[in-house]
Ligand binder design. Structure first.
Ligand SMILES: C[S@@+](CC[C@H](N)C(=O)[O-])C[C@H]1O[C@@H](n2cnc3c(N)ncnc32)[C@H](O)[C@@H]1O
Length: 437
């Protein structure tokens, strides 16, 4: 790997005696991780059914290393059931540091493709609300899909400037756009964009984003700032700027793990992760808090009823928040007031669409349900060849099930999507954009 000269000089100055170790780490393979979606399955239960050899990630209780040379977890039906998310191990730290609690209203400001948003979701109670935002509308589409696959319902997915979001938050994550030095080993192609835009370019953007995020943070609220770069201008200097500009903000300590390095320039509460010291790529994490008392406004999760015959298949306790019909779409939205004038990709859960007046359930609804919440289920063993046939959008033999009409297709009890049975004919309703390839 040919490193840019300016980067080499910077790293030599930063690491001094440790530079040779860092350089040697770049020729070793990267570590690959998966994070169990504890909103669907406990870590303990997942380990009982895991088809992969897993080793724990020390800083994330639901995070595990897998052997990327031998395993293909994105090709397994459990991935399509949303039981885990594939995430770079170091990137699992910020979502743990944020410590989600009951009743939190949370902003993930730079969220696509959704590693940290899905992690935040896995810690959320029904009384929480997640606003997951990314300025790029195309990247936010991928973010929405990942949140839907995880089964998230208490959410707003937006593609806007963070300062235009008219809420106040208990918790904010700013996983900032950065020069990406920490990812050079895993994605050497990032070096060419680094040559065009290094830390001096990103530092101003990061300060601006952090400034705006502080403006959205409630008194007593907490904010995590993270990057995947080593550059002090994008890390400690951004944090110091924030502390200087906002005297009501203070830095809090982050629990250390073996191999973590402290922040530089006196900001020892911050954490630096280097690939020669831990099993993961480069990362920087800071935890900030705003002075004052916490005043929470938990989202109410009252059960509601909506007159739609399809819903007689579903346990009525599932319907929480309120129903919102927008043209042909029917949504289940959180009880919070929805902001106007914001670029919103999704409010809550898309329950389905009306086509010629007939309701068609969405893929997201299937992912948000538990098997027990639907009255007609086809539950297949993971070894059953019909699982992959279903995920590929093919028809499957359903004669032995004795069912008629809408069914929820599951693998080992975990929902994958819908189908419709008419006599001996199974119509596959797995979303064509989600198909297994
Ligand atoms: C490091 S990535 C985020 C990764 C994500 N947190 C995850 O865990 O999957 C940074 C993201 O910031 C977004 N971004 C860049 N400038 C932004 C801005 N001004 N406001 C919001 N998002 C921004 C980019 O589109 C990019 O998706």
């Amino acid at each position: 790997m040919k490193l840019p000269g300016s980067f080499e000089r910077q790293m030599k100055q930063l690491l001094q005696d440790g530079y040779e170790d860092y350089l040697a780490s770049l020729s070793r393979p990267s570590y690959y991780g998966l994070r169990v979606n504890t909103a669907k399955i406990s870590v303990e239960d997942f380990l009982k059914i895991s088809p992969f050899e897993l080793q724990p990630v020390p800083w994330c209780p639901s995070g595990f290393y897998y052997d990327a040379a031998g395993e293909k977890p994105a090709k397994h039906p459990y991935y399509h059931a949303g039981l885990y998310y594939l995430q770079e191990p170091s990137a699992m730290l910020p979502g743990e540091v944020l410590k989600i609690e009951e009743g939190d209203v949370i902003l993930d400001g730079c969220a696509a493709p959704g590693g940290k948003s899905t992690q935040i979701f896995s810690h959320m109670a029904d009384s929480c609300l997640l606003v997951s935002n990314d300025i790029s509308a195309s990247r936010a589409q991928g973010l929405l899909r990942n949140l839907e696959m995880a089964g998230c319902t208490n959410m707003l997915v937006t593609a806007d400037q963070v300062e235009r979001i008219p809420f106040r938050f208990d918790k904010i994550l700013i996983d900032a756009p950065c020069s990406g030095q920490g990812m050079f080993r895993r994605q050497p192609q990032l070096i060419s964009s680094y040559l065009k835009r290094d830390g001096s370019y990103y530092s101003a953007i990061q300060k601006d984003l952090l400034d705006k995020a502080v403006g959205l943070l409630k008194s007593g609220g907490k904010l995590v700032y993270s990057t995947c770069t080593f550059d002090v201008r994008e890390n400690e200097e951004v944090i110091q700027y924030c502390l200087d500009e906002h005297p009501d903000m203070k830095l809090l300590p982050i629990r250390s793990c073996e191999g973590f390095a402290d922040g530089l320039n006196g900001l020892t509460f911050c954490r630096r992760l280097y690939p020669h010291k831990i099993k993961g790529e480069g990362h920087f994490v800071a935890l900030l808090a705003k002075e004052g008392m916490v005043n929470k406004t938990p989202v109410s999760s009252e059960v509601f009823q909506y007159d739609e015959p399809f819903f007689s298949h579903i346990d009525q306790q599932f319907f929480r928040g309120r129903a919102l019909r927008i043209e042909d779409r029917l949504l289940m939205v959180p009880s919070a007031d929805l902001p106007a004038g914001l670029r919103i990709l999704r409010s809550g859960l898309l329950l389905g669409r009306y086509r010629s007046g007939i309701f068609e359930p969405s893929q997201a609804l299937a992912m948000a349900l538990r098997k027990e919440q639907f009255d007609q289920v086809i539950d297949l063993r993971v070894s059953d060849e019909r699982v992959l046939r279903y995920l590929k959008g093919e028809t499957i033999d359903c004669r032995n099930f004795n069912l008629e009409g809408w069914v929820l297709v599951c693998v080992e009890g975990w929902p994958l999507g819908f189908g419709k049975i008419s006599g001996d004919i199974f119509k596959n309703r797995y979303d064509r954009n989600w198909r297994y390839v």
